[in-house]
Design a protein around this ligand. Structure first.
Ligand SMILES: *[C@@H]1O[C@H](CO)[C@@H](O)[C@H](O)[C@H]1NC(C)=O
Ligand SMILES: CC(=O)N[C@H]1CO[C@H](CO)[C@@H](O)[C@@H]1O
Length: 469
């Protein structure tokens, strides 16, 4: 029946073309030309699939392991802060949700601490190269095939740039595209995924290497202003390297496929913009000021980002509920609570950036997530501290080490940081991930997790409360 129909259609088409030809018109050529143009547009403009071939997280050597008390000891030697400030830091550390095995830069662990540029460069090299070496070992990719390198670093600023260091060390090809994204805060890593996704639409058959090292050094504030002492305690050494590809042949090799990226920037509001701000204190010591608004600002940015992501991923039933609720509230038809969509219907695993403990508490209390959703991030904060842009990769490694990632699962990484910015990346697992990979940073100790951190008192009272629901 179908065959008969299509033969008829073909004959009709043939007839048409014949008629046109008989008319001696240029129409057939025009038709052919249009078909060519449309196929060209269809083939070239069709969005290219972006795969995450694999990623790796750096695990610093045990010599850099630093308990909370040791951290305070090192800080006493390195900083100029007085006893009041040190007590304040000790109190915050106790309530930070960090464990006793996070990592500090080696130059701070040395006696006396050596913070020269040489040492800082050595440190960032060991983190970046440590992560990239592992990644190359895992993927077996030929470094000559890497066409794009993107490095995100919170604050370290050296010449040649961090991206240049990678090109030098791995002898990458001469036409490699490099981008070094500095000072973009802890959302920079996921932001860079969105950026790479766009680059991979215009560069066919390319591998993109994304590296996010965390060098905590320049963040350490040595004075006595409370609002600047905040950032001293959560940030720790860590780093991740990620290999993205748009080569169709990587579909069978890659772990994940990128489905969506969504970015939110709230810096048009001064309150958001100033919430994390690098400047000198009144006596001229440099540091990063954290305002009391930070928690509220972070929650707002995350909420906006979640609302933008919702329509892309939620099933129709959740979208309808969400929209109905929105209209009722928008037109004040009834006094109802905002509907927090049930993301579990569309996404199996969530990996929020660790931020600090109060933010993770907000995720659990007000942003529609449950204890299981924030487990990877809480354990990540406990074991590795806040490794900034690399943190969502340590969290994903946790999920992998627990053997939770199954083929077809959807994963969501959500990162936020200064600006104030928030970015999400949604991935689909192309295979069930083997939890036994010995290069996973959690490998030898995953059985000890999760640890119970619920009893730890938080310090959210130091911030303006977020809006009550
Ligand atoms: C430490 O410095 C802060 C800020 O200047 C000051 O308020 C505090 O009294 C000082 N504490 C001591 C013990 O000197
Ligand atoms: C090569 C390159 O683009 N380097 C830049 C990296 O970022 C720092 C900080 O923004 C710039 O100062 C470098 O010029």
């Amino acid at each position: 029946m179908l065959g008969f129909r299509s033969t008829m259609m073909l004959e009709n088409l043939h007839e048409h073309i014949n008629k046109l030809l008989n008319l001696n018109s240029p129409a057939p050529l025009l038709l052919l030309f249009l078909i060519c143009i449309f196929s060209y547009i269809f083939i070239t403009k069709r969005s290219r699939k972006v795969f995450l071939v694999d990623f790796a997280c750096y695990k610093p050597p045990d010599t850099q392991m630093c308990s909370k008390e040791k951290f305070i000891d090192r800080f006493k030697i390195y900083g100029n802060s007085n006893e009041t400030s040190i007590e304040f830091m000790r109190k915050l550390l106790g309530r930070s949700g960090l464990g006793e095995k996070t990592y500090m830069p080696s130059y701070l662990m040395r006696d006396p601490p050596d913070v020269s540029l040489v040492e800082q460069r050595n440190e960032v090299e060991s983190v970046m190269f440590g992560a990239v070496d592992l990644l190359l070992e895992k993927t077996g990719v030929n470094t000559q095939d890497i066409g794009i390198v993107i490095v995100t670093s919170t604050i370290l600023n050296v010449v040649p740039s961090l991206a240049d260091m990678i090109v030098n060390r791995y002898k990458l090809r001469e036409n490699v595209l490099i981008y070094n994204l500095t000072s973009m805060g802890c959302s920079a890593g996921i932001r860079a995924i969105g950026f790479t996704q766009k680059l991979l639409q215009v560069h066919p058959n390319t591998y993109a290497l994304l590296v996010s090292p965390e060098n905590t050094m320049q963040m350490i504030y040595r004075g006595n202003e409370r609002s600047k002492l905040f950032l001293n305690f959560p940030l720790r050494v860590g780093g991740a390297a990620v290999l993205l590809s748009n080569r169709p042949s990587d579909h069978d090799k890659a772990k994940y496929q990128l489905i969506h990226t969504v970015h939110t920037h709230t810096a048009s509001l001064d309150r958001s913009y100033q919430s994390i701000y690098e400047e000198e204190d009144p006596v001229g010591i440099g540091g990063v000021t954290i305002t009391k608004d930070l928690l509220a600002v972070a929650v707002e940015a995350v909420e906006t980002n979640i609302h933008a992501l919702g329509p892309l991923v939620l099933p129709i039933s959740e979208k309808t509920r969400y929209l109905a609720n929105y209209f009722v509230r928008h037109f004040h038809l009834a006094d109802v609570k905002p509907y927090v969509p049930n993301f579990k219907k569309a996404i199996e695993h969530v990996f929020p950036h660790v931020g600090t403990k109060p933010v993770l508490d907000e995720f659990e209390k007000n942003l529609g997530f449950n204890e299981a959703d924030v487990e990877a991030s809480r354990m990540n904060l406990y074991r590795f501290g806040n490794t900034c842009s690399a943190s969502v990769w340590y969290a994903l490694s946790y999920g992998e080490a627990k053997g939770r990632i199954k083929k077809g699962d959807n994963l969501w990484q959500i990162a936020f940081g200064s600006g104030f910015k928030c970015s999400s990346a949604v991935w689909r697992a192309l295979k069930t991930v083997n939890g036994d990979d010995k290069r996973n940073p959690w490998k030898d100790e995953i059985k000890n997790f999760p640890v119970d951190v619920r009893h730890i008192q938080t310090f959210s009272e130091l911030f303006e409360p977020t809006k009550k629901k």
